[in-house]
Ligand binder design. Structure first.
Ligand code: NAD
Ligand code: LMR
Length: 329
């Protein structure tokens, strides 16, 4: 079989980190051929064309075809998977929400082009920031495509949270499970250790033995470290995360296509679950079943967690209002 994958921003940093992993089979496995459509704006075409030449030189057996274009109708033609990465990254001192004015205008036309040209079962992953609200705009502009086919990347936040917890507990990162991100891919996000397990056991006792007062450690150390990790990366390396973002994108899409054994996190459309207003694209604990994200329901949410979820969701509501006032929704 062959899957058609559209990557926007293919001439940018994350695009460059993604393309070669996709061509090598990291996304869909060693048996699935891929057809790549690289969508850029005119200024980015040279970089995308260069990447296409290098893809050819990689002699990847799974890569059937590469097309580079600045025309969304061509870029999204027949797309089974669309990775919407193309957007401006933030710089030092900015919050991701500050990018709304610069980037939100990209996602309406792309949503419309997806509706008009993509394959019937297209699944869209938004990486460009602010990812949740950009996904909301794209979904709202894609007439006839169910909002459930749009998701925003919060897997990078989950990976950061699992890595920080693993480091604190001095355990291998892959022994940490069930550490979902709630809300917005922003500084208000809530990485929630309430359900987390290490080696299949609840983390509470092990964590308390190491950090002492767990609520204080969560509020003062863990949550801010995870939520502000993007800003830390920008400060240290001078530009925003690239390889870790590409890695999380690969994991997110792979899980969406192939299914999950356990929970993960993704920004998906709310139908009112956990009191999140209907229609918002919020991060939840999710499973991937039969090619679709399912929100993990019935979890007990403490008052402390509730307040954090509410704060992040309030920011999503504000972003939706801001986009409405820009006339983009
Ligand atoms: P970059 O500047 O290196 O690349 C962005 C590319 O997008 C450029 O080549 C640009 O020409 C292209 N582009 C701009 N508008 C476009 C459009 N309308 N159609 C197609 N392409 C377009 O940036 P980057 O480092 O690759 O980051 C891309 C985005 O991903 C940024 O918004 C960044 O903040 C975001 N990001 C999100 C996460 C996440 O976890 N959700 C993680 C890292 C980065
Ligand atoms: C990240 O989380 O690293 C990205 O969203 C980039 C950023 O602006 O922080």
């Amino acid at each position: 079989m062959t899957t058609t994958i559209t990557l926007t921003g293919a001439g940018g940093q994350i695009g460059y980190a993604l393309l070669f992993r996709i061509a090598a089979g990291d996304l869909l496995g060693p048996d699935e051929k891929v057809r790549l459509r690289l969508l850029e704006i005119p200024q980015g075409l040279g970089a995308a064309e260069g990447a296409a030449l290098e893809l050819q030189d990689g002699a990847f057996g799974l890569l059937e075809h590469v097309e580079v274009t600045d025309d969304p109708a061509v870029g999204f033609d027949g797309a089974d998977l669309a990775l919407l990465v193309g957007a401006r990254p933030r710089g030092p001192g900015m919050e991701r929400g500050d990018l709304l004015a610069a980037n939100a205008g990209i996602f309406g036309p792309q949503g419309a082009a997806i509706a008009a040209h993509a394959a019937e079962g297209v699944r869209v992953t938004v990486v460009g920031n602010p990812a949740n609200t950009n996904a909301l705009i794209a979904a709202a502009s894609a007439d006839g495509v169910p909002a459930e086919r749009f998701s925003a990347l919060t897997r990078l936040d989950e990976n950061r949270a699992r890595a920080q917890l693993a480091q604190t507990l001095a355990v291998p990162v892959d022994t940490i499970r069930r550490l979902p991100i709630w809300g917005n891919h922003s500084a208000t996000q809530f990485p929630d250790v309430s359900y987390a397990t290490v080696g299949g056991q609840p983390v509470d006792a092990a964590l308390e033995a190491i950090v002492g007062d767990v609520p204080t450690w969560l509020a003062e150390t863990f949550i801010p470290r995870v939520a502000k990790r993007g800003a830390e990366i920008i400060q240290v390396r001078g530009s925003s995360s690239v390889a870790s973002a590409a890695n999380a994108t690969i994991e997110h899409v792979r899980d969406w296509v192939r299914g999950t054994e356990d929970w993960t996190s993704a920004g998906v459309v709310s139908h009112g679950e956990y009191g999140v207003p209907e229609g918002l694209i919020s991060s939840f604990p999710v499973r991937s079943v039969d090619g679709g994200w399912q929100i993990v329901e019935g979890l007990e949410v403490s008052d402390w967690a509730r307040a954090r979820i509410d704060a992040s969701v309030a920011e999503l509501v504000e972003e939706r209002e801001a986009v409405r006032s820009l006339g983009l929704l």
